[in-house]
Design a protein around this ligand. Structure first.
Ligand SMILES: [Zn+2]
Length: 317
């Protein structure tokens, strides 16, 4: 009981796509699946199919208006397509929906929620959600930066509200600032958010100074050793002090040195190291409970290898 690592994904997450040549593409999930198969790691994982998130659960992190507007856009796109219109509708210059996006959005958040339930129930030791669309740029009321609904923020709020936890942590190691997560959790002292991100970089804008945020902007070309030092000196003491009863991870792999979406220098071993530290915190305070959700990572080979490295630590194999 409680030994396996869950692996949540759904076919519908492949069907959401934002147009030819878009870096946040379905092939990202293929790169991950291929690597898990080739490495044999898939055998150690318990594969599960998520159910769609309910609107009531999404409203833990988002406004009713935002969700209604996404739903409405999706309905409108389907109507337009039936009348011969285009197959995509943009919500910002980088972010678009197709006719499958709404279902994928509900399943991506549903994966984070179902993983939370299974880990809380002790059915799974921890879980990784290989889902698209990603979530950490989605604010309470806005889709942006390839994100529509904030999967990790929804799950963190869900753990607090529906499972009665008092303290959780969100660790975000994507190369971009999780502005959406920050927007949703800033000022909620039950949630400690720890992140590093390339700065100045997308998304530019005001950063909150709320005391429950432990955000570390780092310059371009920062390498893994510098990140490890920051994690040791800044994240870990804050996490120890917070004593999270569950740890959520915004697992973006675009800080990899092969990923030219950004200019940072992490490699697989850095993801191993960071995941080990997260796991130690979870083991000390949270009965090992971790739910990790895919965010960025656009160099397909590096993404596959990095997810393998991350999940291998979660699974302890
Ligand atoms: Zn990113």
């Amino acid at each position: 009981m409680g030994q396996a690592t869950g692996y949540f994904t759904h076919k519908q997450c492949w069907k959401h796509e934002m147009g030819a040549g878009h870096p946040e593409c379905p092939e990202r999930l293929d790169a991950i699946e291929d690597r898990l198969l080739i490495s044999g790691l898939d055998i150690a994982l318990e594969r599960r199919e998520p159910t769609p998130a309910s609107i009531a659960d999404l409203e833990l992190a988002h406004t009713r208006m935002h969700l209604a507007s996404l739903r409405g856009l999706s309905d409108q796109l389907r109507d337009d397509m039936a009348a011969g219109g285009p197959s995509h509708m943009h919500v910002d210059p980088d972010t678009a929906i197709n006719s499958h996006s709404w279902d994928a959005i509900l399943l991506a958040a549903g994966a984070a929620i179902d993983a939370t339930d299974a880990v809380m129930a002790g059915e799974l030791a921890n879980a990784f959600c290989a889902v698209r669309p990603p979530g950490h740029h989605a604010t309470r009321d806005k889709a942006m930066g390839f994100c529509f609904v904030n999967n990790v923020a929804v799950a963190a709020k869900y753990a607090l509200e529906r499972h009665g936890l008092q303290r959780v942590a969100i660790v975000d190691f994507d190369v971009h600032h999780g502005n959406g997560t920050e927007d949703i959790v800033a000022g909620d002292d039950r949630i400690l958010m720890c992140s590093f991100y390339q700065h100045p970089f997308y998304p530019l804008g005001e950063h909150s100074t709320a005391s429950n945020l432990c955000n570390l902007p780092v310059p371009a070309y920062t390498k893994g050793m510098a990140i490890r030092e920051l994690v040791d000196m800044v994240w870990l003491p804050r996490l120890e002090e917070h004593r999270p009863q569950m740890v959520f991870v915004s697992a973006g792999f675009d800080a990899h040195r092969e990923d030219d979406m950004a200019q940072m220098g992490l490699v697989e071993q850095d993801y191993v190291w960071i995941t080990e530290r997260i796991k130690e915190v979870a083991q000390r305070h949270a009965k090992g409970r971790i739910v990790s959700c895919l965010e960025g990572g656009y160099a397909l080979s590096a993404l596959g290898r990095s997810v393998e490295a991350h999940v291998r630590v979660l699974a302890g194999v």
